[in-house]
Design a protein. Structure first.
Length: 213
């Protein structure tokens, strides 16, 4: 093993480039997934005729597909259908679709855990139904679903490594290139990758504890 050689500046700089891509993909996907996941979760919670069932059917399909298959589909199949995305946005699109489906179920479950009397009380004060959801139901639901949301987002951070299959230049991809050129650096690269993923996930866990109320 070549531990010292693995930590030379050229390697660390290349890994940092990959880590930046990992963080960029993660942040964009988290924001989009929370937005779409919340909207889909609310639609399912409202039980709108046909629409909620249709959304639920699609979500169930997506949740039972491997993320890797969705990544393959967005990068290789969508161009055949006239929609071509580059590697970066293909990865984001695939993970956003998958994570939105997962988060929507967390949102729906959290909202359904709120006592129905809360909705009735909110409506009795003069709030409209959308206002009741936004001001009363969702804030209370966050308490019960925060842990599940954080766990899902931590899983997302680790899942970004799957995008290496389409050559997204993220952390795992760049590490593979380094130890592919020098097999003596395999273990040092694994150690560095593990430290990076652990650090990001740990910080997210700490942040979630600070957000609890």
């Amino acid at each position: 093993m070549d531990f010292l050689g693995a930590f030379q500046w050229a390697n660390l700089s290349f890994l940092w480039q990959g880590l930046r891509v990992t963080l960029q993909v993660t942040v964009i996907t988290i924001l989009l997934s929370l937005l779409f996941g919340t909207l889909l979760g609310i639609i399912r919670y409202l039980k709108i005729a046909f629409l909620s069932k249709g959304v639920g059917f699609v979500i169930d399909i997506i949740r039972n597909l491997p993320l890797l298959l969705i990544i393959f589909f967005t990068y290789f199949a969508l161009p055949q259908m006239g929609l071509r995305l580059n590697i970066f946005w293909s990865a984001i699109a695939a993970m956003t679709v998958f994570e939105s489906a997962m988060i929507s179920e967390i949102i729906r479950g959290g909202m359904e855990a709120v006592d129905k009397g809360q909705t009735e009380a909110a409506l009795s004060t003069g709030l409209t139904y959308p206002q009741a959801i936004g001001y009363v139901i969702l804030p209370q639901a966050i308490r019960s679903m925060l842990s599940a949301l954080v766990s899902q987002l931590i899983a997302l951070i680790k899942d970004t490594s799957l995008a290496t299959i389409i050559s997204l230049p993220e952390l795992t991809h760049n590490a593979r290139i380094i130890y592919g050129q020098n097999t003596n650096q395999v273990i040092p690269m694994f150690v560095i990758m593990a430290a990076c993923y652990w650090g990001i996930c740990f910080l997210l866990s700490v942040l979630s504890k600070q957000l609890k109320f």
